[in-house]
Design a protein. Structure first.
Length: 67
């Protein structure tokens, strides 16, 4: 997971593409990258979408995800 923007981002798994962020997520600091196991994003047996949440209402995010 790469956060090339200027705000922290939260990566998570969701059951539907419209689901909001839940309690399981991985936060990536601005201008950094981290490697994580897929199960850290949430229950993959029921959550088939990988989503990114930007908590900042004013700054646009930029990210990459390598699987």
């Amino acid at each position: 997971m790469i956060n090339s923007g200027h705000v922290p981002l939260r990566f998570f798994a969701a059951a539907q593409k419209t689901d909001p962020i839940g309690v399981a997520f991985v936060e990536i600091s601005p201008m950094s990258s981290q490697t994580h196991q897929a199960h850290e994003l949430g229950a993959l047996s029921t959550n088939h979408y990988i989503k990114v949440y930007n908590p900042d209402l004013f700054q646009e995010a930029s990210w990459e995800l390598d699987l």
